[in-house]
Design a protein around this ligand. Structure first.
Ligand SMILES: [Fe+2]
Ligand SMILES: [Fe+2]
Length: 270
């Protein structure tokens, strides 16, 4: 069994809730997960002061930690705009992690994550080089491990309005299924969402864990994910103001598929 904590959209900066950040820090320390995954938006505007606060917090979290950047992690303030155009990920690499795309093998899982953001367009894009990286990493992963893909932008959305998500999501989901991915983790929408795609993969989208920028009536939340030999269990942990702690709001268990979904050349499920 492998226990994952999935936090997203910390958004150090305006509307950051330091009380919630302390509650979550204690939750992670108490649970001692095999891996804590942070799926982007560490800052609000990519300011150095925000990055410094994010780094200090991350340093307090138990290791190992896996991170990818979000769209808010590129400088988006007047003096930072030149850097955004020339070297948008310098600050992320300096303060959070040395690469924007990464992979790690921990316990029973093999995790691949990529930077889905763009300095000009809304994001949700993987370059050709990133697709080669994703493919290479998942193909070298040991067969018995649960393959997990992490990206900031969402691939599925059933909310009230559709924020910018991953481009051509159905084609991307088909491709990830062919690579044997079982679980996709993302953030960005600030809305917790757990579902199973038509391809049989599970999507666990985390809400914002500690920012006041909550949306659509959803409060602050993070995901606890348990990888069992025969099942994936996604628990949404939401902040309960009466109890003043994060409590389990939902739990969904999905059977793990024994073999990747196969596709005909036309892309339809065989
Ligand atoms: Fe965000
Ligand atoms: Fe975002």
């Amino acid at each position: 069994m492998t226990l994952l904590f999935h936090l997203s959209d910390l958004h150090f900066g305006p509307k950051f809730n330091s009380h919630l950040s302390e509650l979550i820090l204690q939750d992670v320390r108490d649970a001692k997960p095999d891996l804590t995954i942070l799926s982007g938006d560490f800052t609000m505007r990519g300011r150095v002061s925000e990055y410094q606060a994010a780094r200090e917090y991350i340093a307090k979290l138990p290791k190992p930690i896996f991170t990818i950047p979000g769209n808010h992690d590129q400088p988006l303030h007047p003096r930072g705009l030149p850097e955004r155009l020339v070297n948008p990920w310098r600050r992320y690499k300096e303060f959070i992690h040395g690469t924007v795309d990464a992979s790690v093998q921990v316990g029973d899982v093999f995790v691949v994550g990529v930077n889905s953001n763009n300095r000009i367009f809304p994001g949700g894009i993987w370059t050709f080089a990133q697709r080669k990286f994703i493919e290479h990493e998942f193909l070298r992963a040991p067969k018995n491990l649960c393959k997990i893909f992490v990206t900031h932008h969402h691939l599925e959305w059933n909310g009230k309005y559709r924020p910018f998500g991953t481009w051509f999501p159905t084609a991307q989901l088909n491709w990830l299924a062919r690579l044997g991915v079982e679980l996709i983790l993302n953030g960005h929408t600030h809305v917790p969402l757990t579902l199973q795609t038509p391809q049989g993969m599970v999507i666990a989208q985390a809400g914002t864990c500690m920012s006041g920028r909550v949306r659509h009536g959803h409060g602050n939340a993070y995901n606890r994910i348990v990888i069992k030999p025969q099942a994936l269990c996604v628990q949404v942990m939401g902040y309960d103001s009466n109890a003043d702690r994060f409590v389990q709001k939902s739990e969904n268990e999905f059977p793990r598929h024994a073999s990747p979904v196969t596709f005909s050349p036309a892309g339809a499920i065989a």
